[in-house]
Write a protein of this length. Structure first.
Length: 140
């Protein structure tokens, strides 16, 4: 009986040690199932997670290139030419506006969570003993 208890305790310790090291492991569960994200530690090559991370990175890069092209076209539509101070100021302004918008959205999300009213719990009314029973002497 004591030997089986020791085996269970030792197994739990080893398993716990393995799991604690899995959070940043290139073979963690998210890497194996394909649910890993590009902002997480890289997954081992050939895993579903590595494919998922590569797709996210490619999509992010494509989005950034599309945004840069749109910004370029917008600034040039104002008459600014690449490399001119007006063009650089235009691009800087567009970047600053986007950063401000992201900050406002994030602030609203975080602030909205922080400012949510705490639900008020109304205590249940305590049962009242009828006066006719409360006034009776206890019989002993």
């Amino acid at each position: 009986m004591r030997a089986s208890f020791l085996v269970v305790v030792a197994s739990a310790a080893v398993f716990g040690g393995i799991l604690s090291g899995c959070a940043d492991s290139p073979n963690r569960l998210g890497c194996l199932t394909g649910s890993a994200h590009s902002f997480e530690a890289p997954c081992a090559a050939g895993t579903r997670g590595a494919e998922s991370q590569a797709q996210e990175q490619a999509q992010a890069q494509a989005n950034a290139q599309a945004q840069a092209a749109a910004d370029d076209a917008k600034c040039q539509s104002y008459g600014a030419k690449r490399g001119d101070p007006a063009y650089i100021q235009c691009r800087t302004q567009l970047d600053a506006e986007r950063a401000q918008m992201r900050s406002a959205v994030l602030g609203a999300l975080v602030g909205g969570l922080a400012s949510r009213p705490t639900p008020q719990v109304t205590p249940m009314p305590q049962p009242q003993m009828p006066a006719s029973i409360a006034q009776r002497p206890l019989s002993g």
